[in-house]
Design a protein around this ligand. Sequence first.
Ligand SMILES: Nc1nc2c(ncn2[C@@H]2O[C@H](COP(=O)(O)OP(=O)(O)OP(=O)(O)O)[C@@H](O)[C@H]2O)c(=O)[nH]1
Length: 435
Amino acid sequence: MIRCMFSRKLPKLYSRVVHQILRADRQAVCFSTDHCQSIVGAGGTTTSHKKAHHSQVPPVGRNKYCTQPAEALVVSPCLQDPKEDLSQHPAVQRLFQGLKEGHRASLAESITLVESVHRRKRAAAEALLQLVLEHLQQKRVKWKKPSAFRIGLTGPPGAGKSTFIEAFGKFLTDSGHKVAVLAVDPSSSTTGGSLLGDKTRMPELSRDMNAYIRPSPTSGTLGGVNRRTNEAIVLCEGAGYDVILVETVGVGQSEFVVADMVDMFVLLVPPAGGDELQGLKKGIVEVADLVIVNKADGDLLPAARRIQAEYTSALKLIRPRSHVWRPRVIRVSSLTREGIPKAWDRMTGFRNKTWNSGELDMKRRRQHRVWMWNHIQDSMIKLFRQHPGVQRLIDGTEDRVMRGEITPGAAADALLREFQKSPKISNPEPKLDEL
Ligand SMILES: Nc1nc2c(ncn2[C@@H]2O[C@H](COP(=O)(O)OP(=O)(O)OP(=O)(O)O)[C@@H](O)[C@H]2O)c(=O)[nH]1
């Protein structure tokens, strides 16, 4: 019990450490365009960096967004030697060709690569992502629209998410679409289990050759899981999947993070109110573009109608986030599959309106910025933990924080001072042999 109380102080310590590292680092991050997300000062010089990037694309407006589509961004590997270019590495080229040809094995291998924590593999993953993003950009210029529609789906446990995805996914593949299902389940990073994206929950879809289901990564921090999901979305898009569903449980923080990765965010609820929905996070309705009341069949139909009316009234009180779309509430039955075509109709309506108005494009640009910060957070905390001086002090400092001898803030400052003495880490570089 005592240990438990003390250990509550530790997240405070780490959040302060991350906050301060990021604050210090903010100066060194290039924000000027969505093309350029390099961390200057981490390898190259500021002047050469400016010459290389900023002279090509003039900054626009107050936020200095350039007018080029967001997919044109260059994902710069922050911890990688800037002189090293792995994009021509045979293994990276092989994966890229496989992706372009839509091979599922190449997609699976590529996602495994971006999930890797191995430094050289991360660098290879960045090179691959850059190739894929450039490829998507070319497609986008040609087709004048993004090649995939990214849909986030959340709902409380038991709402029928997997039954819905199975029915909805089959409807889409039968209509000629290629569907990828990705899961974000932060609990799996602590339990090691993988609840969402479990193929046994979607038996029909998992046998479908036009569908690809990927379980949640089972290790790493929430920030890391988020970053990797972002990257997996891009890879699925690169492999020709035109509808990407990102599933998450609506009881934590992950659904808000998922809302930042997708074009449209859908909330799936069962025909139940009050107690059964207690676990659902407040505020989640506010970020939903569409609410689907599932299980609208048999004896549950009257309750589904009532819940639909309740959500419709609740949504009227919420200020819409879009100028062109008002969130809707519809009923479906994933069992009888009634209402599934209507759900798709609503989704495409949303996509067309937001794309034509430019809102979707702006949303994707902002998401790239969030993605960059997820990346930085994940990398900075790793860098900090690997620092020899910090490593030497960390156990003792944690103990002192837990014993209450020092405040988390003072402890974080001491560790940060140590880190700032020499933020360089000399790590022996492993080889890229297992790629
Ligand atoms: N009557 C009816 N039952 C449904 C429907 N959709 C799902 N169910 C049932 O609801 C239960 C939960 O469905 P799941 O698809 O496992 O729900 P989930 O949201 O994925 O649940 P977790 O795996 O706990 O997150 C199952 O018994 C389903 O058969 C529906 O449209 N109508």
